[in-house]
Ligand binder design. Structure first.
Ligand code: HEC
Length: 153
């Protein structure tokens, strides 16, 4: 078969011009939430779960117990924790006021690193809260509920 350079050239140009069109058509069918996971597919680090968690500990506590201002992580299941991290990453999870804090933390984090983190965190043992602490926590919850409804007695 004889090579027809003219036809080859037209074919090559066609592919060149159609590639972006094909790309945008394919992307249009992928839901917005999944895109961030596709467009930047970050590398999994060589760090262990404990090493990765050292970045989280200043806020969530060495043991994942959290504080009044930061939620505890060590009572979550592995699946739920990963779900939340992915949610922060694609913007579908978190409170309006504070989710930005977490979005920065998980920016560019790979799925593999999330798994390592979740494995580490869910194996931490929650610290037993003293009766006093428990009472304070419940009291605070009640106060917050009053704040929301605006009816204080
Ligand atoms: C600068 C402080 C800070 C650091 C560091 C931080 N977090 Fe957070 N984290 C927060 C705050 C504040 C919230 C609550 C955000 C909101 O209201 O949506 C939160 C929420 C979360 C939640 C959701 C908990 C729930 O029950 O809703 C998870 C999971 C979480 N963080 C995991 C991590 C992990 C894993 C790291 C480390 C990679 C980390 N955080 C680092 C402050 C921090």
């Amino acid at each position: 078969m004889r090579l027809d350079t003219g036809k080859l050239l037209i074919g090559a140009l066609g592919v060149l011009f159609l590639a972006p069109v094909a790309y945008s058509v394919i992307m249009a069918f992928i839901p917005e939430n999944d895109k961030s996971l596709i467009t930047h597919s970050p590398q999994t680090s060589s760090m262990s779960g404990a090493e990765l968690y050292s970045k989280c500990a200043p806020c969530h506590g060495d043991n994942g117990d959290g504080t009044d201002a930061y939620p505890s992580l060590n009572t979550l299941t592995k699946e739920r924790l990963i779900e939340m991290l992915v949610g922060y990453q694609n913007g579908s999870y978190g409170t309006i006021n504070n989710k930005k804090i977490m979005q920065v933390q998980v920016q560019g984090m790979s799925r593999g690193d999330m798994e390592k983190l979740a494995d580490f965190v869910t194996n931490l043992k929650p610290r037993q809260k003293s009766a006093d602490e428990q009472k304070k926590k419940e009291q605070k919850k009640k106060e917050q509920q009053i704040d929301i409804t605006g009816i204080s007695s």
